[in-house]
Design a protein around this ligand. Structure first.
Ligand code: ASP
Length: 448
């Protein structure tokens, strides 16, 4: 699976550097804007020859890997289910639960972002100017409405005619569909024939994740450059809505974990949310501090098996799948961020397009790698679908550390709940099997 997070992204210190980059870029940009003005020749020169190119290199590193990343992770995720016929029932239940909770999460995000509209604090004139300034840069722009709005053809078009053409044109849905079919087909052919292809995909996935790591190493400089480009042109106007955005994401994550998941736990899993939380706390804290579902997998297995008493054959099957496929928190983040940036860049979304955002948030959450910032390249892909320029990503990347930590905690909470759900529905576990705290002393550190 994925490499350790420190290999990929340099760990927590990198995020501090990105935040510093954001602050430095913003401070310099605002200084330039207030002292010289956004259209001063020197500011334009710096943007044209220094900040612009540096930011573009970083963005292009992310764009470069979107398609192989989407294809390899989706195909591997589906192929990871193994023989679809044999593990069909357990795998099917797990995937249905993953999709249902991820969809619930994305829908919650959609409600939050539409009620609180964090991107609307921006003056209309700034939005218009933003669009004009960055219109030419919206690479891989695929407007979902280009073929006459949202309708039956939206779904027919998902079935790509030519996956290579889809990849070249940045048609993410087409590539996702091809990945799904490819992964499913891998489970249908004899294992000996499927093995080399699965290994190839696994290796492709590792390579691409390692490129995410390289891109993230450039992030502190890329973000400085991109944010300088934006703030030197627009001054303060663009930074203020950011705190609203962060609060909306955190609020939606908290609501999903505290309200939605409590209802799911009580009524579908049959366990008190307080008991469930107390036994999974170690995994949640690990997820929060590592920002990586993959890195949290061993702790999550421990919490599920020892803390909740779930049989290893279920936990060992459902949790690894969940750590890459079930990302409730990520879908909240992707949906809110995509719509927030559309609001910021003045892109008005119709109800149909919002539905597409929710669907994309769910699918990309399934496809995101469980590493820090694993969902960022996919987010860039969603933004391109709606004609939001890649620069938009710079606006949120500086605050992404805290959002990544929080969404990963929600992701892992969802993974373990999926395990409990499947174990219960297979009649292999119930809340009465949860061991007392004395049997799992490591879960009660206050007594140690
Ligand atoms: N860091 C997340 C995880 O590992 C993925 C993401 O949303 O970036 O679960």
């Amino acid at each position: 699976m994925s490499k350790s997070i420190s290999e990929n992204t340099g760990g927590a210190r990198l995020h501090t550097k990105i935040l510093r980059g954001l602050l430095a870029g913003a401070a310099l940009g605002i200084l330039a804007n207030t002292q010289l003005g956004g259209k001063h020749p020197l500011v334009e020169w710096v943007n044209h020859f220094v900040a612009g190119p540096a930011g573009q290199v970083f963005l292009r590193m992310l764009f470069m890997i979107v398609m192989p990343l989407v294809f390899s992770s989706i195909a591997l995720g589906v192929a990871g289910l193994g023989d679809l016929r044999k593990v069909g029932r357990v795998g099917g239940k797990a995937v249905a639960y993953f999709l249902a909770t991820t969809f619930l999460a994305a829908a919650t995000g959609l409600v939050f972002v539409n009620v609180f509209k964090p991107g609307d604090g921006l003056a209309p004139a700034v939005k218009v100017e933003l669009m004009q300034t960055y219109a030419g840069d919206a690479s891989a722009k695929i407007n979902t409405s280009k073929e006459g709005g949202f309708g039956v053809h939206t779904f027919v078009n998902i079935v790509t005619r030519n996956p290579l053409k889809s990849a070249v044109e940045g048609d993410m849905l087409g590539v996702i569909f091809f990945g799904l079919v490819f992964g499913a087909a891998l489970t249908l052919i004899p294992p000996a024939k499927a093995k080399p292809m699965t290994e190839l995909l696994d290796s492709l996935n590792e390579v691409v994740i390692s490129i995410v790591g390289m891109a993230m190493k450039l992030a502190p400089y890329g973000v400085t450059a991109l944010i300088f480009g934006v703030t030197s042109r627009f001054g303060f106007a663009l930074l203020l809505p950011l705190s609203g955005y962060v609060l909306v994401v955190l609020g939606a994550l908290l609501f999903h974990a505290g309200v939605n998941m409590s209802l799911v736990l009580r009524f579908l899993v049959g366990i008190s949310p307080a008991l469930f939380f107390s036994r999974t706390r170690s995994a949640i804290v690990t997820a929060f501090s590592t920002s990586s579902s993959s890195a949290t997998l061993p702790t999550a297995l421990g919490a599920a098996e020892q803390g909740l008493g779930i049989p290893p054959q279920i936990a060992g099957f459902v949790l690894p799948l969940g750590s890459t496929m079930c990302m409730n928190g990520t879908s909240i983040f992707e949906g809110i961020t995509a719509i927030f940036l559309c609001q910021v860049f003045g892109v008005d979304l119709t109800l149909g397009q919002m539905t597409v955002v929710v669907v994309m948030a769910v699918i990309t959450a399934v496809g995101a790698a469980g590493v820090p910032g694993g969902s960022i390249p996919l987010l860039v892909g969603i933004l391109a679908m709606f004609g939001v320029p890649g620069e938009g990503i710079a606006i949120i990347l500086g605050v992404d550390r805290i959002l990544d930590m929080s969404r990963t905690a929600v992701n892992v909470y969802g993974d373990i709940s999926a395990t409990a759900y499947v174990a219960r529905s297979e009649k292999l576990w119930s809340a009465s099997k949860v061991p007392g705290l004395r049997q799992v002393p490591e879960l009660a550190p206050e007594k140690a």
